[in-house]
Design a protein around this ligand. Sequence first.
Ligand code: DGJ
Length: 732
Amino acid sequence: MITIHDNLFFLHGKDMSYIMKKDEAGYLYHLYYGKRLGQREYQIPVNYLRGFSAADINDKTVRDTPNNDVGWLPKDEQGKSLDEAPQEYPSYGRFDLRTPAIEIEYGDGNRITDLRYDSHEIISGKPELPGLPAAYGKENEAQTLRITLKDMVAKITVILSYTVYEQHNNICRNVRIQNQGKEAVILRRALSVNIDFAGGDRDVISFPGSWARERHTNRQRIHHGIQEFSCARGASGHQMNPFIIVCDTASNEDYGNCYGFSLVYSGNHSAIIEKDQYDITRAQMGIHPNTFAWELKPDDWFQTPECILAFSSQGLNSLSQSYHDFFREHFLHGYWSKRDRPILLNSWEASYFDYNEETLLTLAEKSKALGIEMLVMDDGWFGKRDDDHSSLGDWYANKKKLPGGLSRLAAKVNDLGLGFGLWMEPEMVSPDSELYRTHPDWAVQVPGRTPAITRWQYVLDLSRTEIQDYIIDAVSEVLSVPGISYLKWDMNRHMTDMPDSGYNHRYILGLYRVLEQLTRRFPKVLFESCSGGGGRMDPGILYYMPQTWISDNSDAIERLYIQEGTSYAYPLPCMTAHVSAVPNHQTGRITPLSIRGHVAQFGMFGYELNPDDLPESEKIEIVQQIETAKRLRTLMRSGDFYRIASPYAGNDCAWQVVSKDKRETVLLFARILSVPNPNVTTVKLKGLLPGENYHESGSQRIYGGDELMYMGIHIETGAQDYFSILKHLIVN
Ligand code: DGJ
């Protein structure tokens, strides 16, 4: 996987190669990232002095090379500039005046760093990152290359780490920085990854959004100058996911070179694209530099979060599949990561804050009768909470609503044959709470200012160990109640009033410590993450909680966009998708129950409604939906996902999941608005066995695998808006 040959570092994955080169002066260049290449003596593509590019006149290696004699400068003024060379980890201030990956402020105010190769080592497997979530890999699956760079004047050590996997096209990168000087320095920028792509027309795809409109795809041409995709709201955010794709402009779902950048981080983040004067495209990702500063005392280390890269030469869909496989095999972990999840009914849209033990038990009974496997009690069970104005922090049962406490309710729900789960928002405190009255200083704040308020709540200061411990204890007490097997961990505001520029990172490290301890303590509890829906859909959180409520918007049509956007990076087992009532509470739209069910099947399936509000015919339909979900859930969790027709491209959406052995598949086709006198509609399936026959569940119909893929399946669209069909096909 990793070989080193004559100053060249070769990293090989399943079908990809990544090559770096160091020169005699110790500069480390990026040579290649793409389809697998053989091992040869590759040259650095650009390496000579140009006008308006600074050079190192102490470095004789270039000017003594005949090809690099620029002729028009006296020999002793010629040297090497890094300003036009593709670099591995550019630093600020000397030979490269583009956007740096690292920037350090020293005691005298200067910010110059000049990193040169010092040493390297190769390690079997994938080391853990202290205090941070990261991918894993056994010794026979992965290899890690660590390259140490040093600035001998400033006494800074930087270790670049790359892990490659024999069976995957992913590279995990992270950086460690140490101050070996005698004085403290300030890290102003410490990105996790930098890649300089030479030449060519490229696009960047980002995933912006807002509350209830998360992760819509946005593709734009990379132009000269800087494009930035970032979030500085204290969390990964609804507004911009910590994931981008850089791809050939000609690429599409099935064709072209595509490169993914996925940051394993839940705080402020940024992806920066800079296309320079020589058409080199620099792509970077890491902690948002504008909201970051970190004091490094002598001998201190700073560890960046990990960035998981993926490469595909076969278009965007295969890039997504590469992430899905990687997340499933080397990232998600714990009891639930490879298990089918219970089909649950969540009380939120059924009754919001207005429930009690009796109404919840009725909801549980009705749910059980439909085939549902778990009841989740959402917001409103604790303190004196009847709306969102109070009680966050007071994690004891509201006796008016639950006179027998959590234990009696959990036992009664369990007795009905259902699992029981509940909602908490442990990182927050309401000003109107016992917790805040006792510890007003526990809210994140700057002395002398009242913190800004959102949804009547403040953020607890998770940078402090005693507050982390309080949260661990409070959540542990709730989860120790017998019969609770699921927790929805919500987070409903962004961070303001941060005391300093290192604060957000300290908060995130505190959060990870809390989650690490709780998930270890309660390994069989299914943790679901939520942040006003999908405001924290990032790998950092998924490491601890294998599924996320990806949006408060459960309107079937909106979900086509949200789930498709989310699928570019994240596999279906990470997304929860529920069927809710109509008119939809977020959009007011009325869609048939069938399309709501079909779309929700492409996620971890459940409900968000009160069955009592439904006509009998819909209850019967729900029983069938649940039977289908039980039949499909292993396939949906573990299969390959294909985007066949995109709602972003028009009126139709087609998604398909194929089992790893290719003998089972499910297809969704949805048409958003009715088309009068429509064209003949066919959908060509993907990834099947051409020589096998596929039987359609619930029908006598048999299709050849070749027929399904090459001729396509004919869809009879009805004269109705929000039309959809779901086909399940199996070789048997
Ligand atoms: C926001 C979540 O996204 C909703 O599902 C619900 O849990 C509410 N919070 C409860 O306050």
